[in-house]
Design a protein around this ligand. Structure first.
Ligand code: SF4
Ligand code: SF4
Length: 466
């Protein structure tokens, strides 16, 4: 995007958080205020509440959300997914990747600023604690420069102790999603001596979180995150981004300084709130996480100087260049339709997923057997029970005049397992009039018909000539 009038593009050659000497430039962001920030707070509250509460919710005795990679058990919204549902996971993953790419092409990096756990934790937990203990950016800078006095030691100890405590809670929460909340509680109750491995895991996790939120911070978004690094590939001139209207804003300068001046009064309000330390007036930059804090800041300034809001707004590069309102173009609408179809498809496949999956195949290498008054066919049956309970299965012929005999006694579908068995279909000679007959086999869980499976029954060829 075109930037300020002097065409200084040197900002593109370096990160704002790294000095010319290669040292870290700490970002002291001002607490944002405004409509977008209020919406973000509400969203962050719900996302955080969900994250911390979900592992403690039980549905039919199962954790509401569980991703136990070790035992290969996954529970989503209380529904258990076994390894037999792997195809659904693969489909969901592919959909998610396509979704992320298409969403980014249309709506830019909104996910980063509004939904990403890194931003939510950083902006709505850790930075809030920092503002509370260390004060506003000026006070934070002053404290950093001050010698190690009692106030500084107290504030640093307090802040970092709270940071570590929260990191510990986050570590326990993440482990609850992986191992299950009961297992994590057992770790805590039993103590480190009984579960040294578990405690080392919790310590490593909590330390990683403490390091990220206490020190590494916005660098996750600007240096480490692969999604952030891919923005340059996914965004184009029509993508919606947080954009500065340079046609309206330039030439910038102090209020009422000269007649030809643009609307930007060079107050820096948009710069001081930026959590990644950039100046959005330079144009779209890799560091921008679309948090919209600069929109709120500039809107407040525009209101004060009695000018229209939206000098910084959500818009595409094309719409800013053409001085038009940002509209979704045909491509964006088409992508949105594809996104909707993909999500609907995955939701449909998940909704029609059954607890029982049965496969019936005629036993290989056999045709039919003949007894005194009947013909028989042998079948293999495989039942995958994805539910939380074990139950008896009965097999019945739903059409024709035959009967079914289970070989080896009654079938019991074991919880979360694949059960294999065999059965015979017997049809009286007088009732069989063709060498190849369609049959429908019913699978019953106790007395409830749960599946109807079509198959074939073969008899001797001579029947066709009758
Ligand atoms: S907040 Fe608005 S007016 Fe102030 S410097 Fe940023 S763009 Fe210009
Ligand atoms: S430039 Fe604006 S939207 Fe982008 S990260 Fe900074 S404050 Fe947030």
């Amino acid at each position: 995007m075109k930037n300020n009038t002097d065409e200084d593009t040197s900002f593109r050659d370096r990160l704002t958080t790294v000095s010319d000497e290669g040292d870290r430039v700490w970002v002291y962001a001002k607490k944002p205020k405004g409509n977008f920030y209020n919406y973000r707070k509400i969203l962050a509250f719900f996302l955080l509440a969900f994250l911390f509460i979900a592992p403690h919710i039980k549905v039919h005795g199962e954790q509401f959300m569980l991703f136990n990679i070790i035992e290969r058990k996954f529970v989503i919204f209380g529904v258990i997914f076994w390894p037999q549902d792997f195809h659904l996971f693969v489909l969901a993953m592919i959909t998610m990747i396509v979704f992320v790419v298409l969403f980014t092409v249309i709506y830019g990096r909104l996910f980063c600023g509004w939904v990403c756990p890194q931003t939510i934790f950083m902006e709505f937990i850790f930075r809030q604690i920092e503002w509370l203990i260390d004060g506003n950016p000026q006070a934070q800078r002053k404290l950093k420069k001050s010698p190690l006095n009692a106030e500084k030691v107290f504030k640093r100890l307090l802040k970092h102790s709270i940071y570590y405590l929260i990191s510990l809670i986050i570590a326990f929460t993440f482990l609850s999603y992986i191992l299950g909340v009961e297992q994590v509680k057992e770790f805590i109750v039993a103590g480190p001596a009984a579960n040294m491995g578990g405690f080392i895991g919790i310590f490593v996790f909590s330390f990683v979180f403490y390091f990220i939120f206490g020190w590494f911070r916005e660098q996750v978004c600007t240096i480490a995150c692969p999604y952030g690094r891919l923005q340059g590939v996914m965004l184009d001139n029509n993508s919606m981004v947080v954009a500065y209207d340079y046609l309206r804003g330039e030439p910038r300068g102090p209020l009422n300084k000269n007649e030809n001046q643009g609307d930007c009064i060079a107050c820096q309000a948009c710069v001081v709130v930026c959590p990644t330390g950039i100046d959005i007036r330079n144009g779209t930059q890799l560091e921008c996480i679309n948090c919209t804090a600069c929109i709120d800041a500039c809107d407040a300034v525009m209101t004060r100087v009695k000018k229209p809001k939206g000098l910084i707004r959500l818009a595409s590069e094309t719409s800013i260049k053409e001085g038009k309102k940002h509209k979704l173009n045909t491509r964006a609408i088409a992508y949105s339709v594809v996104l909707t179809i993909l999500i609907s498809l995955v939701a449909y496949l998940f909704s029609v997923r059954t607890d029982i999956e049965t496969t019936i195949l005629r036993a290989p290498g056999t045709l039919y057997q003949e007894t005194e008054d009947s013909y028989t066919n042998l079948y293999n049956i495989e039942i995958v029970n994805k539910s939380r309970e074990e139950f008896p299965i009965s097999v019945k012929l739903l059409d024709g005049n035959g009967t079914i005999q289970i070989i080896g006694g009654d079938i019991t579908a074991k919880k979360g397992e694949l059960t294999k068995s065999m059965f015979l279909i017997l049809i009286k000679k007088k009732d069989l009039h063709s060498s190849k007959n369609s049959v429908k086999i019913g699978i019953y869980k106790e007395d409830q018909l749960i599946e109807e499976i079509p198959s074939t029954f073969v008899g001797p060829n001579k029947l066709d000539r009758k």
